[in-house]
Ligand binder design. Structure first.
Ligand SMILES: Cc1cc2nc3c(=O)[nH]c(=O)nc-3n(C[C@H](O)[C@H](O)[C@H](O)COP(=O)(O)OP(=O)(O)OC[C@H]3O[C@@H](n4cnc5c(N)ncnc54)[C@H](O)[C@@H]3O)c2cc1C
Length: 359
């Protein structure tokens, strides 16, 4: 079966791997570069049970297990590791009498108290996102998949049956028996080609820092109180290569049509650096390796869109993973591959994510 996957983020990459493993003839078409969008710029934080009680629970638990399995199978070229995770708070004005439950970790500023352990090495982990995404593409390529850099500009349907017979890449036809839209926030552009629910892009900023002293494997979710009573809520993920990723600013900037036009904003970079300095003296002195902006794909009801596109045989979509795309990519790829190749998802029930569900 010839399958065209449109979009080389973590969802397209994971799907390419599981489809190739299942014996499909896969082409992964990417407009800009593999992992060039949110999949190369995210935190890479993974949690076993943070989606429990929601429709994402099964997907998250299956994915958490697959992340470990994939890292073991392929020699972990993407920095997978388990880590402890803490919630922390810093008041606008430092007080000496902190709550009895508060704890201080040596690498943090004195004003920052960790008040709660949110995860342990049994329940939280991380990957380096661009390495994971590229690694999954490499594994797909080793199993016969090919990668084409080009813009998908439409789908082609058989004139009689209406069934999908290929895609247009930069206006040129490419034959395929099935087409999957994995264009992240740009999946909205496929609404010109097929019936699709809304997919929106929510902009996030991040910085990658290199401290001179290494920081323990502890992820932090912080609340930094400001003088005016409002708070910043940065997230800090130290990585095994000694770098530290800091994110936590979202803005409503409009998604540009072309992924290459996503720009970082110097003000957001500077605010993130100020927050990092307020968290730890080691981060205050750290070298700035990169500043990123990207858009995560979100849907109106907060759930991914995964499954067959209604009314067009051979058309599928997998997007809208919002803040959990890195975590949920493996089980999304596994389940979608089974759906496309065998007609039924495996590992996870995709019914809650049906692209044709009622709004
Ligand atoms: C700041 C931030 C931090 C995050 N942290 C985490 C985290 O810690 N843990 C977690 O689980 N998730 C996290 N996420 C969410 C995660 O990054 C996303 O859910 C995930 O990357 C989405 O992957 P995707 O493959 O759907 O989309 P994308 O990564 O956007 O990939 C889509 C690809 O499609 C390509 N494309 C677009 N149009 C076309 C076209 N016409 N033809 C061909 N290709 C096209 C684009 O160039 C792009 O490469 C974070 C997100 C943000 C913004």
């Amino acid at each position: 079966m010839r399958i065209a996957i449109c979009g080389g983020g973590v969802i397209g990459a994971s799907l390419a791997y599981y489809l190739s493993l299942g014996g499909a003839d896969v082409v992964l078409i990417e407009r800009d570069q593999i992992a060039g969008g949110a999949s190369g710029k995210s935190g890479g934080f993974l949690a076993l049970d943070w989606c429990d009680g929601s429709a994402l629970a099964q997907l998250a638990r299956r994915s958490f297990a697959l992340h470990e399995e994939l890292a073991e199978t392929f020699g972990n070229p993407w920095g997978y590791r388990r880590l402890d995770t803490y919630g922390a708070f810093a008041p606008a004005t430092s007080t000496s009498g902190e709550s009895g439950r508060a704890d201080h970790r040596v690498w943090l500023n004195k004003s920052v108290a960790t008040y709660r352990q949110l995860g342990t090495v049994s329940t939280t982990a991380q990957v380096t996102p661009d390495a994971f995404t590229r690694g999954m593409v490499d594994q797909a390529v080793m199993r016969g998949a090919s990668v084409q850099i080009g813009q998908v500009t439409g789908i082609i349907q058989d004139q009689g049956s209406g069934r999908v017979s290929g895609v247009e890449i930069g206006g040129r036809p490419h034959e395929a028996d099935a087409v999957v839209i994995t264009m992240g926030p740009w999946s909205a552009q496929a609404r010109h080609w097929m019936p699709m629910r809304d997919v929106l892009g929510l902009m996030g900023h991040s910085v990658l820092l290199k401290p001179t002293t290494s920081i323990p494997a502890e992820a932090l979710f912080l609340e930094l109180e400001r003088q005016d009573g409002s708070s910043d809520t940065p997230e800090v993920f130290p990585r095994p290569d000694g770098t530290v990723y800091v994110c936590g600013l979202s803005t409503n900037a409009v998604l540009p049509d072309d992924p290459r036009e996503v720009r970082t904003d110097p003000k957001s970079t500077s605010r993130l650096r100020t927050m990092a300095a307020a968290i730890s003296p080691l981060l205050a002195d750290a070298e700035l390796l990169a500043a990123h902006a990207c858009y995560r794909p979100v849907t109106r009801d907060g759930l991914p869109l995964m499954g067959a596109v209604p009314h067009i045989d051979g058309a599928f979509v997998a997007t809208g993973h919002s803040v959990w795309g890195m975590l949920n990519a493996p089980a999304s790829g596994e389940a979608m591959a089974a759906l496309i190749l065998k007609g039924q998802s495996s590992g996870v029930d995709l019914t809650p994510f049906d692209p044709g569900r009622a709004v």
